[in-house]
Design a protein around this ligand. Sequence first.
Ligand code: UDP
Length: 405
Amino acid sequence: MTIQSDRDLKDYEKIAGQEIVENIRKKSKKLSGKHMVCVSSTHEGGGVAEMLNSLIVLFNKMGIRFGWRILHGTPDFFTVTKKFHNALQGEDIHFSDKKKKLYYETNKRYALFNHIDHDLVVVHDPQPLPLINFYEKKQPWVFRCHVDLSNPDQDLWSYLKKYIEKYDEMIVSTEEYKKNLKISQSIIHPAIDPLTVKNNEISKDVMEEYLGKNGISLKKPIISQISRYDKWKDPEGVIKVFEKVKKEVDCQLVLLGNMVTDDPESVKIYSKTIKKYGDREDIKILVNVSANDLVVNALQRKSSVVIQKSIREGFGLTISEALYKGTPVVASDVGGIPLQVKDGESGFLHFPDDIDGFANSVIKILKDDSLRERLGENGREYVKKNFLITRLMMDWLNVFEKRLL
Ligand code: UDP
């Protein structure tokens, strides 16, 4: 994550338009001086941290005092919460009292470190969810869940629901994730910040420099997937797609991923992938690269096609990031992905296990420059209209207004 605090709201006018920027100014003014805090489980890696790194800076620049706290957890705690994450996405879990205790006690202890007398509290994702238990509730609490909740393990869900219903509101990423709850629920689609190092325009020279530094040749078309090493992102499936594509078009695959503290499984998945495929010709498997944001930017721009072969996907910011750069995306038709990729317009959608479908779509794009350009242009326009940080700021300002004024 590149540290940036040099942007002002005005800088977004050129990209997002004057009207939304003006509306953000007006609404922020009404909320000026309010003191808010959010809690999440990591300050870098993954879509949530990506958005908060921009939102927190921008809200503070608008006069809203918005803090961000990171839950302190041991590796064992994050092993348990990753299991929760998997079970919320439909996998079996052995839901033992020991796991519940570690989850509960970690939050109880962390509450001692973190005094909350703010006007509003936003808790991101299940890791810090039980925090609400350990405070005298004096203000609205909002639970922002970024996970795909459409088919959770029922025992785990009933357990978490007891905490969720202590909040005033739950916010999810799409309609299908809403649940049967006593509290109010709303939808906020995630968004990308067009002015970060990761998304900003970069020159051809910079692009080539950062790809070259990572051993990526520019001689063959690039297909890539940029994601944490996580079984839900199916890196092995991407390689299977690539191997089919390679029989028809000479190209190369880059998998770029990171390992983050709140996802202890990523080391295992990365090791498995590199062991099995690390020496295959034209496949690069990169992890935790230096100058990460510039490399992501260059790779998303230089790829002929970006793949997102997730089995489940809460939203998938990587998709909007690639589309915004004019690169078509071939992706799974699951979770938040179809909100971003319009089949046949900005890329193609397939069932996650349809390796042939994925490969055929990639080949089609690689063989047809005008199709690639058309899909890329449509994708960029769609993201500009729907998935920029300015729209996300507006959505949050509406929540603050509803809860505070
Ligand atoms: N990302 C990154 N470097 C990597 C892999 C991913 O910076 O090696 C970023 C990616 O650009 C995106 C975020 O991590 O901003 C992933 O967000 P997404 O919503 O796609 O998935 P999540 O990891 O939250 O499930």
